[in-house]
Design a protein. Structure first.
Length: 67
């Protein structure tokens, strides 16, 4: 019985340690996700700004004369 309790105590300690590891890893993943989402939003903004500028440049090009 004593060995079983020691075994269970060891398992519980290992599970607690694993939970702490997973919490730390989850925190790093959450930070990485937030950074990736920020970068994605910035790229989308830059893409839309570039599209707008290209449209303005295209509009400034001389139009073909209709025959």
């Amino acid at each position: 019985m004593e060995h079983e309790l020691e075994y269970l105590e060891g398992r519980v300690a290992a599970l607690i340690a694993r939970i702490h590891e997973l919490e730390t890893q989850n925190s790093r993943f959450a930070s990485a996700l937030a950074e990736a989402m920020r970068e994605n939003a910035e790229m989308k903004f830059n893409l839309e700004e570039t599209r707008h500028r290209v449209t303005l440049l295209i509009d400034r090009l001389p139009k073909e004369e209709e025959a």
